[in-house]
Design a protein around this ligand. Structure first.
Ligand code: 1CP
Length: 350
């Protein structure tokens, strides 16, 4: 970071491969239950009450920015608002987790989904209002939008809930390959429109969460997921900056990188430098402090581990510091502070 660079410029130079100092910094799920001020907001409005009220959603996104001064903010929303707008609403279980009131079981359900694509922008106009307001609040920070990948959203829409192995989803892909393919195509079309809508609000980039990428059998990731992500990315207007998060996929990075995303958010299973020049191509990488560090380590250990990750990636000039996965609700605030301090005070030895 040069003395005159603000967070937004720092994010852009790291993404584009021209950063020589400390990396820009943010955390997946940075607005959330580990923050007492988020818990009070949620007690008052409920999760969907926050998400669907743009001013409250902006407040939720700003909470971690005020506390920690991250370089990037992410709009407060959820990947499941897209299935909802396509006719498949979701609710929270009392025991935690989510379920969908209606699942995709047949081609008829896919037709229903497809029939709702035209109404998507209108139904999700609360997200663009949210994005516009957040952009206005944070002119010097990078502001990111996001969505789930077609494959990951399809997993929830067929399974009807979060699950370990998503068995209904795997069975549907085998039993009804035509409906399965048509669903992925319809979701890709919907998500192209949705991400373009977000980017029209002046955001600096978008992250695509392929949280369940690893459900794709060996050798079929690109066919089932990566190719759809690629078509979404290719449909984005202007020079959209895209980050792809696909956990448990570092062993299949070659396949993953065919999606054509500008940056990859990597889980904590490998040192980032191992992938930084994969296949002879330099790519921007995001990550990858293990989230359990923030819950279980001391502030000193957290600072030490954070600095190691920065040092490891420094020679490549294209790193966005983040966690390997979302922050856990039991994370300690003093560890988040120690992580931020370690990165901000980082001095290059070159
Ligand atoms: O407060 C609460 O109890 C609600 C928990 C919660 C939160 C804070 C949900 C429900 N969604 C969110 C916000 C959210 N979700 C954000 C914005 C906040 C931020 O990052 O600061 C983002 C980017 C997401 C993305 C998201 N939602 C993902 C991808 C990230 C990941 O962890 O892999 C996924 C898989 C979801 C689905 C979802 N939403 C909520 C829950 C509990 C789940 C998981 C469902 C399951 O698999 O059981």
């Amino acid at each position: 970071m040069t003395a005159t660079q603000n967070s937004r410029e720092l994010f852009r130079s790291a993404f584009d491969g021209g950063n020589s100092g400390r990396p820009p910094l943010w955390m997946m799920r940075q607005a959330g239950r580990y923050l007492p001020e988020y818990r009070s907001l949620k007690d008052k409005f409920g999760f969907l009450g926050i998400v669907k009220n743009p001013e409250i959603a902006v407040e939720a996104a700003l909470q971690p920015m005020r506390r920690f001064g991250f370089d990037c903010a992410i709009i407060f929303s959820d990947i499941l608002v897209v299935p909802e707008a396509l006719g498949f609403p979701y609710k929270f279980k009392d025991a935690g987790g989510i379920f969908l009131e209606r699942r995709v079981e047949s081609m008829g359900d896919v037709e229903r989904l497809r029939g709702n694509i035209g109404a998507l922008r209108e139904r999700l106009s609360y997200v663009s209002e949210n994005a516009r307001l957040l952009r206005r609040e944070l002119p010097e920070k990078a502001v990111l939008g996001f969505c789930g990948s077609p494959f990951t959203l399809a997993a929830y829409m067929v399974e009807g809930e979060g699950s370990k192995g998503f068995p209904r989803f795997a069975e549907f892909a085998k039993r009804a390959p035509l409906a399965f393919g048509a669903m992925l195509d319809a979701l890709s079309e919907a998500l192209s429109d949705y991400l373009n809508m977000q980017l029209e609000c002046g955001l600096d980039g978008v992250q695509i969460f392929d949280s369940h990428a690893a459900l794709a059998p060996e050798g079929s990731y690109f066919e089932l997921s990566g190719s759809r992500i690629k078509s979404v990315i290719e449909s984005l207007h202007g020079d959209a900056r895209t980050i792809l998060f696909a956990p448990q996929m570092s062993e299949r990075f070659g396949e993953l990188s065919k999606s054509g995303a500008g940056a990859y958010s990597v889980d904590s299973s490998v040192p980032l430098s191992k992938l930084a020049r994969f296949g002879g191509v330099r790519r921007c990488l995001q990550g990858n402090l293990p989230p359990e560090t923030l819950s279980e380590a001391t502030p000193e250990e957290t600072a030490e581990l954070s600095k190691k990750i920065v040092e490891d990636m420094l020679p490549f000039g294209s790193h966005i510091f983040n966690l390997g996965h979302g922050i856990r609700p039991d994370a300690k605030i003093e560890n988040v502070e120690a992580m931020c301090e370690a990165i901000r005070s980082f001095k290059t030895r070159r």
